[in-house]
Design a protein around this ligand. Structure first.
Ligand code: FMN
Length: 365
């Protein structure tokens, strides 16, 4: 299994933008140094705790401070951008990263950030329709062949090359198509029988799920596999990323304390538990554990939802999950605010990359 980080970034609301930016770059450098394969950076225009509005700025700065790790915005929210402008920015950034970039796309989770971008009363059907139209435009721009289209949501085009009469290429159009001619695209999925995951399967894109219970995760893969096969794509679990809350320390006791009393516990108690309830994300776990919603508190989350413990315990928990669900290629660890005590957080990343990930493999078919 590969190890990835997803930097949402779940900062305490009192952090400044500068602190948030510096913490993102520290995570990029440490993840690169300690053996992580990828880092995703989320995009949110309005959330206090999820306070990176422009993942591309973090990725561009991190490109200059890292050597091997791959980056992805996860996700650029396609309804909230002009697709032609985004296509050019993404193409250019992929060229800057010279192969260390892939593109994550999503519809947008929060109505407030849709509202800021002029989308009122957004329902998931129209947002998903916008995602499809945006990607069609982006792919046309990357092809660099002349077109002009007036779509339902946007108009865009690509101009003809103009012959300047000098018989040279000084005035030709700049090439901002993706590095190497092709871009790996990943799509986020959240809900049971996720329409976004179905879209990923239809187009042969990488699926990325937030772990919200093993039964729901099973439906994600089934949805993906069916859509992929119906559209002549090979569904490959090694391309599947699943994001989870994970904390590893030398002993179970230490890991539990650092998770519950550190940034993870702080954020779940104040921010994530109410949000997860609103999005119906706890119900899957409660069902899996045969528990009741009234059992749910922070300690219950630590033992039943997060993956916390020594390397041996975490390997055992992950292998159990892999057996039940069929597994995934990349564990995308959700980052948290450990600014006030970063060492255990970065040591946890090191243990995940070196003591956990290499011991977990996809089950034999
Ligand atoms: N929504 C955002 O508004 N910003 C994000 O950065 C973002 N990142 C996501 C990352 C992952 C791994 C997942 C699974 C979802 C993310 N979302 C984000 C939510 C998506 O925008 C969208 O609401 C969700 O994927 C819809 O899933 P569904 O089609 O299964 O209902």
């Amino acid at each position: 299994m590969e190890s990835g980080l997803i930097h949402i970034p779940y900062m305490r609301p009192e952090r400044t933008s500068r602190e948030t930016f510096d913490w993102a770059l520290a995570n990029a450098r440490e993840a690169d140094k300690r053996g992580f394969d990828s880092m995703m950076v989320a995009e949110h225009a309005t959330q206090k705790w999820e306070c990176i509005p422009n993942p591309e700025l973090v990725i561009a700065a991190a490109a200059a401070q890292t050597e091997r790790i791959k980056f992805a915005p996860m996700a650029h929210l396609l309804p909230q951008h002009h697709p032609a402008g985004l296509a050019i920015q993404v193409g250019w950034l992929s060229q800057i990263l010279e192969g260390r970039y892939f593109l994550g796309v999503g519809a947008g989770a929060y109505p407030q950030s849709s509202y800021v971008h002029g989308i009122r009363d957004a329902d998931s059907q129209s947002l998903n329709e916008m995602v499809r139209e945006a990607l069609d435009i982006m792919e046309k721009v990357w092809k660099r062949e002349p077109f002009f289209m007036e779509g339902k949501y946007w108009s865009a085009g690509y101009p003809e090359e103009v012959e300047d009469g000098h018989d040279d290429d000084q005035h030709k159009l700049a090439d901002y198509s993706p590095y190497g001619g092709k871009l790996d695209i990943a799509v986020t999925g959240l809900s049971p029988n996720s329409p976004s995951i179905r879209f990923a399967g239809e187009r042969g894109f990488k699926p990325v799920s937030i772990y919200s219970g093993s039964s729901i995760l099973k439906t994600h893969w089934e949805t993906y596999e069916k859509a992929a096969l119906e559209n002549s794509h090979v569904p490959d679990r090694s391309r599947y990323h699943v994001s989870q809350t994970v904390f590893v320390a030398e002993t179970d006791k230490e890991a539990r304390k650092l998770a519950l009393e550190g940034g993870i516990g702080y954020c779940f108690e104040r921010y994530l538990m109410p949000i997860w309830e609103r999005f119906g994300m706890i119900e899957g776990f409660v069902k899996d554990a045969g528990a009741e919603m009234s059992d749910v508190n922070l300690e219950w989350m630590c033992d039943n939802v997060w993956i916390v413990g020594s390397p041996e315990t975490v390997v055992e928990k992950m292998n159990k999950l892999f057996e039940f669900t069929g597994g995934w290629g990349t564990l995308q660890v959700e980052s948290h605010d450990y600014i006030d005590n970063p060492t255990p957080w970065f040591e946890s990343l090191e243990l995940i990359a070196n003591e956990v990930a290499p011991k977990i493999a996809l089950p034999e078919k």
